[in-house]
Design a protein around this ligand. Structure first.
Ligand SMILES: [Zn+2]
Ligand SMILES: [Zn+2]
Length: 289
């Protein structure tokens, strides 16, 4: 990001506090030296990861550039980077190191990097894991994915406490990986199951028809057969639309001796023996009428 040189180079905020530019100071001493020592302090702060204010300029800022732009700052902002503040910060991190490194390794994550891809802010903006829900969410996903590399990275404890950061795109990738895993886990066996149940239901339907034919029923209303089949499927937890025409075609394929007849709106499956009987009955009725 480009610095707005007309504002405080440190905070980039437009406040009521007047801006001071070392080039315009009344102090006759080495004016550019102020920039040099400031930039030097910034670097040292960043080495110990204790930069007091988030800066919009990186390590490539030079004294020459500061001079050419007459870089200015608020006194209060400048003081945060003073050598005495730096010394204190160094003491603090040193204490931190010796105190915390041995007994409990709390900050196992490098907080300036995305814990998913281990790249820094140069990739894209880093986001913080900000709520307990997100922490649990991420943890669950990684655990289910059984990604050992990621698991070791997050094992240190709560991601929020570890100040874990991530790129949005990396989080999206993780979520997608997890989603496709879930899909794989749940769908494949389910799919096979439902196909098996479906053919089971169809076999049941044909048995029913066979039995009915054997015991003298030769006429089946397609709508009744259809709803019988749908009910069976629902009992097997398969909720799907069954196409009547396709069902009829399957049945006619299974029973080549059957025929389809239409009576008005009703489609009827008639079995050959049934046909004989219909004809027989028709003849009989005609004879007796
Ligand atoms: Zn400022
Ligand atoms: Zn990343």
């Amino acid at each position: 990001m480009e610095l707005n040189w007309s504002r405080c180079v440190i905070c980039q905020q437009d406040t009521s506090e007047p801006l001071k530019c070392p080039l315009h100071s009344r102090d006759p001493s080495d004016k550019t030296g102020v920039y040099a020592s400031f930039l030097n302090n910034v670097e040292q702060f960043s080495v110990i990861d204790a930069v007091p204010v988030e800066l919009l300029f990186g390590n490539n800022e030079t004294v020459e550039k500061f001079v050419s732009h007459s870089a200015a700052w608020h006194k209060s902002c400048y003081l945060k980077f003073s050598s005495s503040k730096l010394a204190k910060a160094k003491k603090r991190t040193h204490k931190h190191d010796t105190e915390e490194r041995r007994p409990r390794k709390r900050k196992s994550l490098e907080v300036t990097k995305c814990f998913l891809c281990e790249k820094g802010e140069e990739e894209s903006v880093l986001h913080e894991v900000s709520t307990f829900h997100t922490d649990k969410n991420i943890r669950d996903m990684i655990t289910e994915l059984n990604d050992t590399q990621l698991l070791t990275r997050i094992c240190g404890g709560d991601l929020m406490a570890m100040e874990a950061k991530y790129h949005l795109s990396c989080m999206v990738k993780l979520r997608n990986r997890h989603r496709s895993l879930i899909r794989k886990q749940s769908q494949v066996p389910d799919d096979i199951d439902s196909k098996m149940n479906e053919s089971r239901a169809f076999v049941k339907l044909t048995r029913y028809i066979e039995e009915a034919v054997t015991s003298g029923t030769h006429l089946f209303k397609l709508s009744e057969i259809h709803s019988l089949h749908v009910t069976r499927l629902e009992e097997l937890n398969i909720h799907k639309q069954v196409n009547k025409t396709r069902l009829k075609a399957r049945l006619l394929e299974k029973f080549p001796e059957a025929q389809e007849q239409s009576y008005g709106k009703n489609s009827v499956l008639v079995f050959k023996e049934g046909m004989k009987k219909i004809v027989h009955d028709a003849v009989k009725t005609r004879n007796f009428s």
